[in-house]
Design a protein around this ligand. Structure first.
Ligand code: NAI
Length: 331
């Protein structure tokens, strides 16, 4: 039998945490033959509720779940973890300035970075979900210099999956037949959902999405803002932000990262830019990636037309501004 993998979920008493921990304990994230030990962190005001989640995990009697650590102590939470899913953060409340929210999250991610650096297992993979996800991941990277930058990522898989969902509905095809949509940039409304390289498996072979939709007005008009603003549409409908889809996307992200992407398929991950596609190096930016052997690689050589170029640059600019804002909060 395999040794259990220790998976940390921060903000585990929150909405996404509540949807995510049972998925992990059922093998959705790491596979049906991989035992796990869950580490759950939240802050003291949520301690009682966190303990309730732990009680439910016991009650669910998950065969793969070999242990649960539920704590408000960040060192205890981070000790020995192989995978860290960072969902905890400070939400934007009514009337708060962007800078105030940034400042709260920068200080959370700065201190959690050091705890991970000092106490996590060597080669721990980190996924930041909490917003501003890209910039929180960047802060984590900067304040955990001994964690290799290839081990730090942020979640844009939800946006990627939303793009698959929209194409699936439009063309009345299964999502499993669609591949290679791309989310470029920030997990915010400036992200660029790109279908230029996406294809659909049809009885007549693989066809480009652009050919099958054959309505550029829909693709460039409605599709893009629908994906960009899907989070807001969910809040409007549910009066709460996306949780089950976010949790599911976090599992997809880690599963593909650890177990690999299928041949010929790429997915979107927020990763440290090396300057590919002329995206400024030093930003955490969502790129198309393939994964093998536990490592992601940015897909190279995709053509970028003028329309796409502008959109890639716009979201990069926003990320540079966020980075500056984050740094101004540090000083
Ligand atoms: P929530 O408010 O229900 O849960 C957040 C939890 O984090 C709370 O239990 C809170 O007590 C905890 N927390 C706060 N500070 C903490 C700290 N310093 N350490 C540990 N835990 C801490 O929020 P929800 O709906 O679960 O969302 C979590 C985050 O994920 C938010 O920042 C949200 O904006 C983000 N999000 C990101 C998505 C993405 O695709 N990247 C999609 C959906 C949400």
């Amino acid at each position: 039998a395999k040794d259990p993998v220790r998976v940390l979920v921060t903000g585990a008493a929150g909405q996404i945490g509540y949807a995510l921990v049972p998925m992990i304990a059922r093998g959705v994230m790491l596979g049906p033959d991989q035992p796990v030990i869950l580490h759950m962190l939240d802050i003291p005001p949520a301690a009682e509720s966190l303990n309730g989640v732990k009680m439910e995990l016991v009650d669910a009697a998950f065969p793969l779940l070999k242990g649960v650590v539920a704590t408000t102590d960040v060192v205890e939470a981070c000790t020995g973890v192989n995978i860290a899913v960072m969902v905890g953060g400070f939400p934007r409340k009514e009337g708060m300035e962007r800078k105030d929210v940034m400042s709260k999250n920068v200080s959370i991610y700065k201190s959690q970075a050091s705890a991970l650096e000092q106490h996590a297992a060597a080669n721990c993979k980190v996924l930041v979900v909490a917003n501003p996800a890209n910039t929180n991941a960047l802060i984590l990277k900067e304040f955990a210099p001994s964690i290799p930058e290839k081990n730090i990522s942020c979640l844009t898989r939800l946006d990627h999956n939303r793009a698959l969902g929209q194409i699936s509905e439009r063309l009345s095809v299964q999502v499993s037949e669609i591949k290679n949509v791309i989310i470029w940039g920030n997990h915010s409304s400036t992200q660029y959902p790109d279908v230029t390289h996406a294809t659909v498996k049809t009885p007549a072979g693989e066809k480009p999405v652009r050919e099958l939709v054959s309505d550029d007005a829909w693709l460039n008009g409605e599709f893009i803002p629908t994906v960009q603003q899907r989070g807001a549409a969910i809040i409007k409908a549910r009066k709460l932000s996306s949780a089950l889809s976010a949790a599911s996307a976090a599992c997809d992200h880690i599963r593909d990262w650890v177990l690999g992407t299928p041949e010929g398929t790429f997915v979107s991950m927020g990763v440290y830019s090396d300057g590919s596609y002329n995206v400024p190096a030093g930003l955490i930016y969502s790129f198309p990636v393939t994964c093998a052997g536990g490592e992601w690689k940015i897909v190279q050589g995709l053509s970028i037309d003028e329309f796409s170029r502008k959109k890639l640059d716009l979201t990069a600019e926003e990320l540079s501004e966020e980075k500056n804002l984050a740094y101004s909060c540090l000083s």
